[in-house]
Design a protein around this ligand. Sequence first.
Ligand code: SAH
Length: 199
Amino acid sequence: MCKHLFDKGIAGEVVLEAMIKTPRHVFLESTFHQHAYQDKAFPIAAEQTISHPSTVAWQSELLELKPGMKVLEIGTGCGYQAAVLLHLGVKLFTIERQKELFDFSKTILKALGLRAEQKFGDGFKGMPIFAPFERIIVTCGAPYVPKALLSQLTVGGIMIIPVGEGIQKMVRIKKMQDGQFVQKVLGDAAFVPMLKDRE
Ligand code: SAH
């Protein structure tokens, strides 16, 4: 699987090494185990999906990570992208709005010996008490760029977020020295929608 991603030029060696260290089948129901290393999305609990490995590789590469960076992830899901980020040596904060997935991802990351600050709640709000973050990755399709997330980026910080309804555009947003944000639209993506908390 990682050789295929490398040949396609989706990510560099550092990201792919982290993916090699991250077993994908353990995040899936046993019926999907034999297909876990194909570049496909599969259903997980609460009618959500695990991201395609190529998407995980792409977003991880776009984040331009260095070990020790403070990273916020919106949409923990089963925890696969989180595990890849943790293998890249970052300090991870991650939010999930579905209780079943929050509980599942907590158990599985612990079983893999990985540690993240996990929150059950609404990703639109970010995690103000732990802000600011050097990187923010959104792994669900956002209807717009949430203001709270922009306000939780450091100067020089980068956010990678799929924006739009249905098919999204992957957008890279960088916070500049003067506090302005520079946006670059990178390509199409298809994530499950980012939904508001049920309040
Ligand atoms: N990162 C995951 C992708 C999971 S799919 C992976 O590695 O495969 C996207 C996840 O975003 C779903 O679990 C969904 O419940 C969650 N989500 C949707 N809206 C959200 C919100 N407002 N806040 C937090 N999580 C959200």
